[in-house]
Every structure is written in structure tokens, then in C-alpha cells.
Design a protein around this ligand. Structure first.
Ligand code: KAF
Ligand code: ZN
Length: 662
């Protein structure tokens, strides 16, 4: 009834053709389960024998493995036969199969419409996005009603999970309101993406690369104030009323479906009882706050020395426009101002990249090479054919980077306005992490083609970039010539990392604290801006460089607000990526300090990562966390360990400083 070919000697070695019995009296789900087991066994056999050992002894090994697995296999079939699902569940499974296929086809169209608009902003393309969104809503509502007719109480966990996903919705029932919501969404994003600032001499500047470039490079206090303020004045006020309408409609949809507000639904992605997510991130923040406070005090002192004590007090909030980043979310662009040991070898590679003639394509190839080196997939041809890697000259586009899954034939793409510098090399790794996740879970059911939670999706590329950005690795790929081997160099290295990672944490936390309160009605449209700045001041210890009022709408100047993208995922990611990094480094056999680890070429680390990625969204995130780190919790001990030497150094530097900003 079954047969398998074994490896016969080195020359005629063949690993395929391992055929297993699949009894047809089993349900579709059971057959699928068996097929999955079969695949696992085959992979194991291939890895054990045929890839590694082209030797005769492989035959014996394979025989015994096959024998053992056949016993397990037959046992499994017997137990499944006894456990036959009920006719109801059979029907539900069949319904789900059709659902997943139709969902996939709709996702294809949805992705195409979004892509067309994001890479060519026109009224026509916007109208198409609205139409497709309305179709999707209509279809999901219909399917939700059908799904509710099943009594899922006796179904298996996997079937229940899918039904829960299908029936959790925040859609409005009224079609006019659905349309209004979709239209406001595209308008807000358009205001942001097409926003420009014109100067007295008639030249007009875009956010990317012009205004962001000024904030990153200029060291002129007034010029910085001008760029900071102009961007906010250009896009904030035109958005404010629309944003309030948008919030009201989202809340109405949530409430129609039995939720208190849209924030509850957003937090639902983490599958924790409401309130627990905020509790978890607050607890994590409390643990990393002492490190942030040290970094803040050190940077504040340096900025005060640079711009004068009249501009930057050494005891209070820091003006928000001096961090080299439009939103003060990452501070690495002012590394030159705060560098602890300027005489140590340079660690920023932006200039070298330009000198070596890097362009966007070469940067993407560099990133791809790393992913391949640990055994992840190369970018498919369609990726190179269809991605948008630089800003096109002839049309308006959404320049904020993104990765898109088109749900067929490994069609995956990145859209980005790449500039040749180290920051964008990092963003490329970030985006390619999304792509690797897409490719690794592409065989999952459509409903499960997502991250274990949204934070996992954000953490993949960043985890890889933690290796790439080590001076050791940058030297390996020829971007650094000299690497110091002393404590001063290490402090420089860790400080640069902290400017990107630690500085981000309170920003990553406050954005959705603001939105959760906006959704709950705690912060009303009259207080949008005050509420925003209260959180910026409290968590980040920064303040607006000029007085702001509630006519301003500074939240709108950050992409994720007009685009309606939840943000707590990034806070989660910035903690989790250090946990992942630590686990993968262990797998790669790294020993020594965590910040020196580079998992380049470690197939063991790659396999560990791949196993987690392949789960997609099929299980609650703590299980995925366990698969990669061995424990289930979001845990800041890895990031704290990583920065331990820096924290010690900062404490010493700050011993005479007043810490904090109240
Ligand atoms: C992350 C890393 C470094 C710095 C800063 C961050 C946070 C954040 C920021 O403020 O810039 N980073 C991004 O926004 C990167 C873009 C993205 O990859 O996260 C992108 C955002 C996006 C764009 C359009 C629609 C929705 C979200 N996310 C994705 O492309 C994405 C998200 C989930 C699954 C697949 C792709
Ligand atoms: Zn991302």
C-alpha cells in the first residue's frame, strides 16, 4: 500500500517519492493533519540523510527513521479514526475551505488596488481603493452572518479559532457610512503623502527627502524650528476635522458589533483580555524607563552644550526638533553631537556607502544576501520586477516604506523611496523581514497568513538588522575598515544603538496611548493636541519648540495617524527583537556580549527563526514566542542585558545630573 525509496549510494541518491497511505474515510481536516506530519517527516529525513551525508550509512539511518515514523503514522491514523468529527464540523470545515480561498482571491484584488494608489496617487486610483474596500466589507458582513449560524462549541480549537477571526468585526452596517469612512481614510493619507512646504524663494519641499533631510543634517536652531513647524502646519490643520469624523465612524462600527470602542478591537489583535495589553506594556516600560532616563539626561546635557542653556535647559524637557528626526522617535542622526569618544574609529557607514557607489538595488541585494545566508528565501523574481525601490519622478506616491503580500504565486513587493545611507539600509532589512514572513507562511490558510501578532511582523527584519549593524558585520561586508577593540569603542557602538532603540521606546508607547484615549472618548477633538503633548512630555521628556494650541493637529504629522496604522506593535517589536536576537545568537553558538553577536551564515539560527515564522497567525503569540525563545512572555531582560555596559557608563556620566524632567 505504501512505498518509499531510500538513498542508494552516493551517486544515485534520491530523496523524493516518499508516499504515505492516506485513508479516504478521514475528514478533510484529519487528512490535512496527516499530510502536515508527512511533510515534517520528509523534511527530517532529507535533512538527516540526503543533504548532509552522501554516504552509504545514510541508507540504514533512513530505514530506521522511516520505520519509527511509520509506526507513529499508523498509530495516529487509528486514533484519528476513533476521533471522527461530527457531521456539523465536517460541514464547517468545508465552509472554511471555501471561505479561505475566496478570502485569498479578495485579498489579491485589495492588495492590487492599494498598491496602485500607493505607487500612483490619483483620484481614480483612490476611487478604486474605496470600491474594493466597500466590496470587502459587504462580503465579510455576509460571511460573518453565515459563520454565526454554526454552533462552534464542540469544534476543534483550530476550527473555533478561524470562526472567531471571521466573526470579530468592527464593520458599519450602513453603506453610506462605510463609504464615508473609506473616503476619509484615503483623503487623510493623501494629505500626508502629498504635503509640501513652500519657501519664500518659491521652492517647495517635500517631507521625504527634503524636510526630513533638514531635520537630520542641519545644526541651525532656527532652520530646524522652521522645518519642524512648517511640516506640522502644512498637514495638521487640514486633517483635524476629518480625523475626528473618522474616529467617530470607526467607533460607531465597533459599537454596532458590541465593542466599547475601536481601541478594544485594535488591542484584540494580541488576544489578551482587554486591559491586559496595556498592563503588560506599562510593566515593560517601567523596567526600561531607568535606562531611557539615563540616555535622556546624557543627550540633554550634550544638546545643551551644543545649542546653549537658553535653548536647552539641563533639567527639563528637551525641545522636540533637535533629535535629527522629524518626530524625535529615533535619535541616531545626532550621533555626531553626542558621540562619547570622538577619536575612536567612525562607525557610521553612510558616507562610505556613497563613496562605494551604493544605489538602492545594491542595498536591497546586500540585505537579501544576509537573509539567504541563514537559509531564508531569496526574493522571488516578481519582487525585483514589481517593487518600487526609489521615488519615481513623474508621479505622487506614498513614500512611507511598506511591504505588501499579494496572496498568489509568491507575489510580494516593497515600496520605498530609498536614499543611500545607513538608516535606509536598516529600513530595507525591516521591510524585507515582512517579506520573509510572507514567504514563510504562504502555505498557511489565508486567515493565518499574518504575524503571530502585529509586533512579531515588525520584529523580524529588525532582529536581522541587529546583526547587520554590528561593526563586526559591517567590516565583513566592506563598509567599515577599522573596528576598535576597546571599551571606548564599545561605548560609542552601544550609544549609537541606544539612540535608535532605547530612544524609540516611549514614543512607541505613547502613540497608541493617545489613540486608545481618543477612541475611548477620554481625549476629545477639542483636546487632541493638548492630549498629544501631555503624553509626549510625560513619556519622552520632550516639548514642542514653539507654543502649540488645539487648532494645531500635530499627531497628523506622523504617518501612522492619518494612515490609521496601529502603533503599539512597534513598542512590542523593539522589546521582542532583543529576545529573538538573544535566542538566535544562542542557537548560532555565539559567546561573548550580546551586542557583538552576528548570526550571519548560521543555518541553525535561520531554522529556529523559520520554524516560528511558518506558524503565521495559526496559534496565539505566546506559543510563537516560546517556539523561538523558549518562554512565552514579552520580556525586557534581553534589551537590558544588551545595554548593560552602556547603562553603567551613563550612570557614571550622569552622576551629577538631575535625572528626569518633572
Ligand atoms: C520601526 C523600525 C525602525 C524605526 C521606526 C519604526 C517604526 C515605524 C515608523 O514610525 O517609521 N516603522 C514603519 O512605519 C515602517 C513601515 C512598516 O513596515 O512598518 C509598514 C507600515 C505600514 C505601511 C502601510 C500600511 C500599513 C502599515 N508596515 C508594513 O508594511 C506591514 C505591516 C504588517 C504586515 C506587513 C507589512
Ligand atoms: Zn514594518
Amino acid at each position: 500500500m505504501w512505498k518509499f525509496w531510500l538513498c542508494f549510494g552516493a551517486v544515485f541518491l534520491s530523496c523524493s517519492g516518499y508516499t504515505w497511505p492516506l485513508p479516504d474515510q478521514l475528514s478533510a481536516a484529519q487528512q490535512r493533519e496527516l499530510k502536515e506530519l508527512q511533510q515534517d517527516v520528509e523534511t527530517e529525513i532529507e535533512e538527516l540523510c540526503c543533504q548532509n551525508e552522501l554516504k552509504r550509512c545514510c541508507v540504514e539511518k533512513k530505514k530506521s527513521l522511516a520505520q519509527r515514523n511509520m509506526e507513529e503514522w499508523e498509530g495516529l491514523i487509528d486514533s484519528l479514526k476513533e476521533l471522527k468529527s461530527t457531521p456539523d464540523e465536517e460541514e464547517a470545515i468545508k465552509w472554511l475551505e471555501e471561505y479561505n480561498e475566496e478570502l485569498r482571491q479578495r485579498n489579491v484584488r485589495n492588495a492590487e488596488a492599494n498598491w496602485a494608489q500607493a505607487t500612483n496617487i490619483t483620484d481614480e486610483n483612490a476611487a478604486k481603493v474605496v470600491e474594493v474596500t466597500l466590496e470587502v466589507t459587504k462580503w465579510s458582513l455576509k460571511k460573518m452572518e453565515e459563520a454565526k449560524k454554526f454552533d462552534t462549541s464542540g469544534f476543534s480549537d483550530d476550527v473555533k479559532r478561524q470562526f472567531k477571526m471571521i466573526t470579530t468585526s468592527g464593520s458599519l452596517s450602513d453603506e453610506d457610512k462605510q463609504r464615508q469612512l473609506a473616503e476619509i481614510g484615503t483623503e487623510l493619507e493623501k494629505i500626508y503623502s502629498t504635503g509640501t512646504v513652500c519657501q519664500a524663494d518659491g521652492t517647495c519641499l517635500k517631507l521625504d527627502p527634503d524636510l526630513e533631510g533638514i531635520i537630520a543634517k542641519s545644526r541651525d536652531y532656527d532652520r530646524l524650528t522652521w522645518a519642524w513647524l512648517s511640516w506640522r502646519d502644512a498637514v495638521g490643520p487640514p486633517m483635524k476635522d476629518k480625523y475626528a469624523q473618522w474616529v467617530a465612524l470607526l467607533n460607531e462600527g465597533a459599537q454596532e458589533n458590541g465593542f466599547a470602542d475601536k481601541g478594544v478591537l485594535w488591542r484584540g489583535a494580541y488576544e489578551m483580555p482587554d486591559g491586559k495589553l496595556e498592563e503588560m506594556v506599562d510593566a515593560v516600560w517601567e523596567q526600561v524607563k531607568p535606562l531611557y532616563t539615563q540616555l535622556h539626561a546624557y543627550v540633554r546635557r550634550k544638546l545643551s552644550e551644543k545649542y546653549g542653556a537658553d535653548k536647552v535647559s539641563t533639567t527639563g524637557h528637551i525641545p522636540a526638533h533637535l533629535f535629527g528626526n522629524m518626530w524625535a522617535q529615533q535619535w541616531n542622526n545626532i550621533y555626531d553631537i553626542v558621540v562619547p569618544f570622538p577619536d575612536q574609529p567612525e562607525i557610521d557607514v553612510s558616507d562610505t556607502m556613497v563613496e562605494q557607489g551604493y544605489d538602492a538595488l545594491r542595498m536591497f541585494k546586500t540585505a537579501e544576501e544576509f537573509f539567504k545566508s541563514i537559509g531564508l528565501r531569496p526574493m522571488p523574481q516578481v519582487f525585483w520586477d514589481k517593487s518600487m525601490l526609489v521615488r519615481p519622478a513623474d508621479r505622487e506616491v506614498v513614500c512611507h516604506a511598506s511591504a505588501e503580500d499579494f496572496y498568489h504565486d509568491s507575489d510580494v513587493r516593497i515600496k520605498m523611496c530609498t536614499k543611500v545611507n545607513q538608516e535606509d539600509l536598516y529600513v530595507i532589512h525591516h521591510e524585507m523581514g515582512h517579506i520573509e514572513y510572507f514567504l514563510t507562511y504562504e502555505d498557511q490558510k489565508t486567515l493565518y497568513r499574518g504575524g503571530a501578532n502585529p509586533g512579531f511582523h515588525e520584529a523580524v527584519g529588525d532582529t536581522i538588522a541587529l546583526s547587520v549593524n554590528t561593526p563586526g558585520h559591517l567590516k565583513k561586508i566592506g563598509l567599515l575598515q577599522n573596528v576598535g577593540h576597546n571599551q571606548d569603542f564599545e561605548i560609542n557602538e552601544l550609544l549609537k544603538m541606544a539612540l535608535a532603540k532605547v530612544a524609540f521606546l516611549p514614543f512607541g508607547l505613547m502613540i497608541d496611548k493617545w489613540r486608545w484615549r481618543v477612541f475611548s472618548g477620554d481625549i476629545t477633538p477639542d483636546n487632541y493636541n493638548t492630549g498629544w503633548w501631555n503624553l509626549r512630555m510625560k513619556y519622552q521628556g520632550i516639548k514642542p519648540p514653539v507654543e502649540r494650541t488645539n487648532k494645531d493637529f500635530d499627531p497628523g504629522a506622523k504617518y501612522h495617524i492619518p494612515s490609521g496604522t496601529p502603533y503599539i506593535r512597534y513598542f512590542f517589536s523593539f522589546i521582542a527583537q532583543f529576545q529573538f536576537h538573544q535566542a538566535l545568537c544562542k542557537e548560532a553558538g555565539h559567546d561573548g556580549p550580546l551586542h557583538k553577536c552576528d548570526i550571519y551564515e548560521s543555518k541553525a539560527a535561520g531554522t529556529k527563526l523559520k520554524n516560528m515564522l511558518s506558524m503565521g497567525e495559526s496559534r496565539p503569540w505566546p506559543e510563537a514566542m516560546k517556539a523561538i525563545t523558549g518562554q512565552e512572555k514579552l520580556d525586557p531582560s534581553a534589551i537590558l542585558k544588551y545595554f548593560e555596559p552602556l547603562e553603567k557608563w551613563l550612570r557614571e556620566q550622569n552622576k551629577d545630573e538631575k535625572l528626569g524632567w518633572d
